[in-house]
Design a protein around this ligand. Structure first.
Ligand code: PEP
Ligand code: MG
Length: 755
C-alpha cells in the first residue's frame, strides 16, 4: 500500500471516531486500535504531556494497567527523546538505542522493533505516537509517513478534547527560558510589551477533509493567487525596501513554482487532509529534514519557504488580516520581517510600544515614521519570528540594540529601573522646552521638527521647537486607501497651520515612489524601475501625473489664505524642475486672484537639496529661492551610491565620511552671504555627533525628529560654534583615519554630551 493510501484509510476511520460521541479517552483507545491494525503493528501507544511528563494515555498491545501510570521525562527514554528533539525514530531493535529505557510495567520486553513520531501542533511536541512489533524490522517509509500524518490529526483531536493543559498546547510550558537577541539600532528607546506578529500565525481548525476534491481545488486556487502576488510583489511596500529583495524574490519564485512542493501538498491532500493541514504537514516534514542539516545558507532558504507556506496558508484559510486589523490588546511589540510605513501607521499608537524587524535600515521610511511616533525599533534580528512566540514577554532595548525574550524577573526589574532613569532624562530635556538654543558663544541655532500627520502637531509645543522644517505631505497619501481628495488635503494643511500658530511650517510637496509606494498608485510607483530611489518618484512623478501637483498646490494655497505659505520641492536636480513646479503654484495663485479668492499673504519657495547635481547649479537657482533644505537621507545614498534602505550597506552609508562632510561644506560655502536660509532636514541632524558636525560646517537650522529636540538643544548649549568650526576645518583638511572616533574623543574631552 502506498503512504497516501495507508494514511487515507486510517484518516477516514479516524474521522468517524473524531465525529463520534465517545468521550476523549474512548476516542484515544479507538485511535490506537485503528492505527495498530492498519500498520499491522502489535503495539500502538499514545503518550501525552501532562504536568511536564509524557504520560501513557492509550495503548493497544502494552499492559493496560500501565495506562496513566507510565510517565517519562521529556528527553528521557526513546519517547522522551522524540518529544524533545521533535524527531522520528525508526529502530529494528529498540534496546540498541543509547536512550532506551526499559519500563517493566508495560510488558514491552517482547517487542523488538520500535517507531515513534512526535505530535506537534505548533512547533513544540505535546505528545508522541509509537508503534512496536515483535519482529526486529524497521518500519517502511510509507508507514512512517502515515504515522506522521496521523500524528497531525491527533494534535487536533487532543486539542479539541482538551487532553493536555492549555499552556502545554500553546507551548507556554516551554516559555520559561530567557533568550537575548542582538540586532541593529534603528530607533533608540526602551519598551516592554508582548510579542505580536504583524502577520499572525494561522490556526488550523480542521485537519481531516470532508471532500478531497474540494480541498484540492482550494489549494490550486491558493497557489494561483500566491504566484500572482509574487509577480506583483516588486511594487509592494513589504518588498519595496532592502536591496536584498531581488534575491529573496528569486527564491520565492523558485519555491512558488516548485513542482515538488505542490506535488507533496497534493499527496498530503490525497491522504485525506484538508488544504490547510496538507500545507502544514509538508512544512513539518521539511522542518524536520532541515533540522538535521546545519547549513546556514539552507536555513535562510528554509526561512523563505516558511514565509511562503504561511502566505499560502493565509490565502487558503482566508485569514488575511494583519495584527492591525484585529487591533492591539495591550502594550505590544510588533514582530515582522519588514513593514511599509503605511502598514506601521495602521497600528494603535497608544499600544504599540516597539518594533522588531528581521530586516530594516536606518533611513527606510518605516523607520522614519517609527522615530516620529517615538517607537523604538531594532532591525536585523535574525530569525526573530522563529525564536519569538506570539505573546512572549519582551524587553526591547533600542539603545543597546538588544531584545530580551521571556526575561527573568530580575532582568525586568533592572530594565524598569533604566526605564525610569530614561524618563528622568526626558523630563530634564523637557525643561529645555522654553529655553532658546544659543550656543556658548552666543549663536542662535534654529531647531525645528519633521512632521507628517495631524497627530504630530502637539509635538511642536511639547518640544518648544522653532517650527516645522519638513512637513512630509505624502504621509496623508500613505495612510489613505485612495488618493486624498483636494478638500481633505486642504483640511489637513489648514489644521496644521492653525496648530502651528506663529511658527513657520515648510510643506514639502508629495514625495511618493521609492520605498513609499502607494497601493492605489502601484502601477505608477512600482519597481518597474530597476532602481526606484533613482526612479520615477517625488517631483518627477508629481510634475508628470496630471493633476497631482496642481491639486496639491490649490489645497496648500487655499489652506494658507491670509498667512505665509512655505513650499518645498523634493528631488530637484535641475533648475527647470523647480521652475516648472513653481509655475504650477503661480498659475493656481493667479487663478485664485482672478476669482477674487483669499490667497496667502506671501508664498516662499524652496528646494530639498538631495540630488547631488543640484549643488553644481545652485548659483543659477539661488536668486529664486527663499530656502534650501538638505535632505541628507537621500543625498548620502546618491553621493556614496549606497542604497539607504539596504542593511548590508549600513556601514558604507556613513554621514561622517569625509566625502559627505566636504560636500556639505561646499554647499554651506556656496550659500554663505546669500539671501537664502540653509538647513538640514535628514535624520543626520537628529543624532548628536552628526549634528555637531553639521554645526561645525556652519549649518544653523536643523529640522529633526521631535524626540531629538531636547538632546540637540542641549548639545547646542554646550558647544562653542567657533571652536567646533575650527576643529571641523582641520579634520576635513586632513581627515583622521576614524573621524567618528576623533569627534567623539573631542567631545568627551570637553564634557559634551554626544552619546
Ligand atoms: C531626505 O532625503 O533626507 C529627506 C528628509 O527626505 P525623505 O527622507 O522623506 O526622503
Ligand atoms: Mg528625500
Amino acid at each position: 500500500m502506498s503512504a497516501v493510501a495507508a494514511a487515507r484509510s486510517i484518516l477516514t476511520r479516524l474521522h468517524e471516531v473524531m465525529a463520534s460521541r465517545l468521550h476523549a479517552q474512548g476516542k484515544l483507545n479507538q485511535v490506537v486500535d485503528i492505527i495498530g491494525e492498519a500498520l499491522h503493528s502489535e503495539v500502538c501507544s499514545i503518550y501525552l504531556l501532562r504536568e511536564g511528563m509524557l504520560e501513557l494515555f492509550a495503548t493497544r498491545g502494552l499492559n493496560q494497567s500501565a495506562v496513566h501510570v507510565t510517565r517519562l521525562a521529556v528527553g528521557g527514554g526513546l519517547t522522551g527523546t522524540i518529544a524533545q528533539n521533535i524527531e522520528t525514530l525508526n529502530l529494528a531493535e529498540a534496546a540498541t538505542h543509547p536512550e532506551f529505557q526499559y519500563r517493566p510495567e508495560t510488558g514491552e520486553e517482547k517487542f523488538h522493533s520500535f517507531a515513534g513520531v512526535p505530535i506537534v501542533p505548533r512547533e513544540r511536541a505535546i505528545g508522541v505516537l509509537t508503534v512496536q512489533h515483535t519482529d526486529p524490522r524497521r518500519y517502511e517509509e510509507v508507514e512512517i509517513e502515515a504515522l506522521q500524518t496521523v500524528a497531525m490529526v491527533l494534535a487536533e483531536l487532543i486539542h479539541n478534547a482538551g487532553l493536555v493543559d492549555d499552556e502545554v498546547a500553546d507551548g507556554a510550558e516551554f516559555r520559561s527560558e530567557q533568550e537575548v537577541l542582538g540586532g541593529l539600532q534603528l530607533v533608540k528607546g526602551l519598551a516592554i510589551g508582548q510579542a505580536v506578529f504583524h502577520q499572525p500565525r494561522i490556526n488550523i481548525e480542521q485537519t481531516v477533509a470532508e471532500d478531497t476534491e474540494a480541498e484540492r481545488q482550494r489549494v490550486y486556487m491558493a497557489f494561483d493567487k500566491m504566484r500572482e502576488q509574487i509577480e506583483q510583489m516588486s511594487g509592494q511596500a513589504e518588498f519595496g525596501v532592502g536591496g536584498e529583495h531581488e534575491q529573496v524574490l528569486e527564491t520565492y519564485k523558485m519555491f512558488a513554482y516548485d513542482e515538488g512542493w505542490s506535488r507533496r501538498i497534493n499527496e498530503a491532500i490525497d491522504s485525506g487532509l484538508t488544504a490547510e493541514a496538507a500545507i502544514e504537514r509538508v512544512q513539518q516534514r521539511t522542518r524536520m529534514r532541515m533540522r538535521e542539516i546545519q547549513d546556514p545558507l539552507l536555513q535562510d532558504r528554509m526561512h523563505d519557504l516558511e514565509d511562503l507556506a504561511n502566505r499560502l496558508l493565509r490565502i487558503v484559510s482566508g485569514q488575511l488580516g494583519t495584527a492591525a486589523s484585529v487591533g492591539l490588546r495591550g502594550d505590544s511589540i510588533l514582530i515582522a520581517k519588514n513593514l511599509g510605513p503605511a502598514e506601521l501607521l495602521e497600528y494603535d499608537k497608544r499600544r504599540l510600544k516597539g518594533v522588531v524587524l528581521e530586516e530594516g535600515s536606518l533611513t527606510a521610511h518605516v523607520v522614519i515614521v517609527a522615530r516620529a511616533m517615538g517607537v523604538p525599533v531594532i532591525g536585523r534580528v535574525r530569525n526573530a519570528r522563529g525564536l519569538i512566540r506570539e505573546g512572549d514577554e519582551l524587553l526591547l532595548d533600542g539603545d543597546k540594540s538588544q531584545l530580551t525574550v521571556r526575561p527573568a524577573q530580575s532582568v525586568i526589574e533592572a530594565f524598569e529601573a533604566r526605564f525610569a532613569r530614561n524618563r528622568e532624562k526626558q523630563a530634564a530635556y523637557a525643561k529645555l522646552r522654553d529655553v532658546e538654543p544659543f550656543s556658548r558663544d552666543g549663536q542662535r541655532v534654529e531647531v525645528m521638527i519633521n512632521a507628517g500627520l495631524r497627530d504630530d502637531m502637539p509635538m511642536l509645543s511639547l518640544t518648544g521647537a522653532d517650527g516645522i522644517g519638513l512637513f512630509r505631505t505624502e504621509f496623508q497619501f500613505l495612510v489613505s486607501a485612495a488618493l486624498p481628495r483636494r478638500d481633505r488635503q486642504t483640511r489637513l494643511y489648514r489644521d496644521v497651520l492653525e496648530a502651528a500658530g506663529d511658527k513657520p511650517v515648510i510643506f514639502r510637496t508629495v514625495d511618493i515612489g521609492g520605498d513609499k509606494s502607494l497601493p492605489y498608485l502601484r502601477s505608477e510607483t512600482s519597481r518597474e524601475d530597476e532602481n526606484p530611489a533613482m526612479g520615477w518618484r517625488a517631483l518627477r512623478l508629481a510634475l508628470e501625473r496630471a493633476g497631482l501637483l496642481k491639486v496639491q498646490a490649490r489645497a496648500l494655497l487655499d489652506a494658507a489664505a491670509g498667512r505665509t505659505l512655505n513650499v518645498m520641492f523634493p528631488m530637484v536636480a535641475e533648475p527647470w524642475e523647480f521652475d516648472a513646479a513653481r509655475e504650477v503654484f503661480e498659475s493656481q495663485l493667479a487663478f485664485l486672484k482672478q476669482r477674487r479668492r483669499k490667497v496667502p499673504e506671501a508664498v516662499h519657495y524652496g528646494v530639498m537639496l538631495e540630488v547631488p547635481a543640484l549643488a553644481e547649479v545652485l548659483d543659477l537657482i539661488m536668486p529664486r529661492l527663499s530656502f534650501i533644505s538638505i535632505g541628507t537621507n537621500d543625498l548620502t545614498q546618491f553621493l556614496l551610491a549606497a542604497d539607504r534602505a539596504n542593511p548590508k550597506l549600513a556601514e558604507r552609508y556613513d554621514w561622517l565620511s569625509p566625502a559627505i562632510l566636504r560636500f556639505l561644506r561646499r554647499v554651506t560655502e556656496a550659500t554663505a552671504g546669500e539671501n537664502v536660509a540653509l538647513g538640514v532636514c535628514g535624520e543626520m541632524g537628529g543624532r548628536r555627533l552628526e549634528a555637531m558636525a553639521l554645526l561645525g560646517l556652519g549649518i544653523r537650522r536643523l529640522s529633526i525628529t521631535p524626540a531629538a529636540v531636547g538632546p540637540i538643544k542641549n548639545l547646542v548649549r554646550q558647544l562653542d560654534l567657533v571652536e567646533i568650526g575650527a576643529a571641523m576645518a582641520g579634520w576635513l583638511a586632513n581627515p583622521p583615519a576614524d573621524i567618528r572616533a576623533t569627534m567623539l574623543q573631542w567631545a568627551t574631552e570637553r564634557g559634551i554630551d554626544v552619546d
